[in-house]
Design a protein around this ligand. Structure first.
Ligand code: PBG
Length: 329
């Protein structure tokens, strides 16, 4: 026998040398939730270890993100009052925009102290802010109105940018959203602000815990705008459209059940590709680990390496801080 692949697996040092995929803190982005009118951080039951932050604890979390050397934070806001058009989303004093200002300040302080800071990203979507829970505004028949929603996204993106976001992240799967946001940002003078497009976003059962995290008002589902699980080619089409509209980064979401789509998007796009390891992916490993059915740390790291191997250069994960610690150790 000449070929003995096991030779390269003999020692930890050898295995480390031949590792094809490494995790680095700078690959990881931490999603964070900030809720209006909250006195103390509120645990999210279905996401053990994650909380809805107060403005004060959000600042602490962003400081921890800077100290951990992770790439960025992705902010979601939970307003005290929701309405039909999600007006809290583009209110400069709305909770998400307040959160963005806090993250901007904390990151800038970290840079002033000689660090790198983090990339501040905001969820550019209406579902956290609407009383019906949909990602867009509704027409008279109660359907999600694509083109009317685009104007709202443009307003959200400009407000988030004014608050200090480096990256706006349209996650609502409306047609044409990237182009409209690019145009609005440029018209407002924000030519340097990037768009992270949730390009291939599937209607997924794995968003379940997130709905608790943002106190979602949704009844029904998002299947007229998010994609069907079986459609891989359509995911590529969505990514192509977003690239043509000017997306600076593209994302596939969820990650774990869509690694083939991720690999295909990565193979055909020249921009950085992100993947979102969503709330249900987090909850499954946490739940199995809590039962002692799975080794938590190994399972988390394996899930993250798998997403990187499939082609994501950036991974959004609720384990970002902890994983950064493990990787560095
Ligand atoms: C929509 C949005 C969702 C998530 C991120 N952005 C929920 C949805 O589409 O229903 C889910 C994230 C997760 O499950 O971790 N603004």
């Amino acid at each position: 026998m000449i070929d003995r692949p096991r030779r390269l697996r003999t020692t930890p040092a050898m295995r480390r040398m031949v590792a094809e995929t490494r995790l680095h803190p700078a690959d990881l982005v931490l999603p964070l939730f900030v809720r209006e009118d909250l006195d103390a951080p509120q645990p999210i039951t279905s996401m053990p270890g994650q909380v809805q932050h107060t403005e004060a604890t959000l600042a602490d979390a962003v400081r921890a993100a800077c100290a951990a050397g992770i790439a960025g934070v992705m902010l979601f806001g939970i307003p005290a009052h929701k309405d039909a058009t999600g007006s809290a989303g583009d209110d400069p004093d709305g909770i998400l925009n307040r959160g963005v200002r806090i993250a901007r300040r904390v990151s800038d302080e970290a840079v002033a102290a000689g660090g790198t800071g983090v990339v501040v990203m905001a969820d550019t979507c209406l579902d956290e802010f609407t009383d019906h829970g949909h990602c867009g505004v509704l027409d008279d028949a109660g359907r999600v109105d694509n083109d009317a929603t685009l104007d709202r996204y443009a307003a959200l993106a400009v407000a988030q940018t004014r608050a200090g976001a480096d990256v706006v992240a349209p996650s609502g799967m409306m047609d044409g959203q990237v182009a409209v946001i690019r145009e609005a940002l440029d018209a407002a003078g924000f030519t340097d602000v990037s768009i992270l497009a949730y390009s291939a976003k599937y209607a997924s059962a794995f968003y379940g815990p997130f709905r608790e995290a943002v106190d979602s008002s949704l009844t029904g589902d998002r299947r007229t705008y998010q994609m069907d699980a079986g459609n891989g080619r359509e995911g590529l089409r969505e990514a192509d459209l977003d690239l043509a509209e000017g997306a600076d980064l593209v994302m596939v979401k969820p990650a774990g059940s869509y690694l083939d789509v991720l690999a295909d998007v990565a193979a055909r796009s020249d921009v950085p590709v992100a993947a979102y390891q969503v709330s249900g992916e987090y909850a499954m490993i946490e739940a199995a680990a809590a039962h002692g059915w799975i080794d938590r740390r190994s399972a988390v790291l394996e899930s993250l390496v798998g997403i990187r191997r499939a082609g994501a250069s950036i991974v959004l994960t609720y384990w970002a801080l902890e994983a950064a610690d493990w990787i560095r150790a």
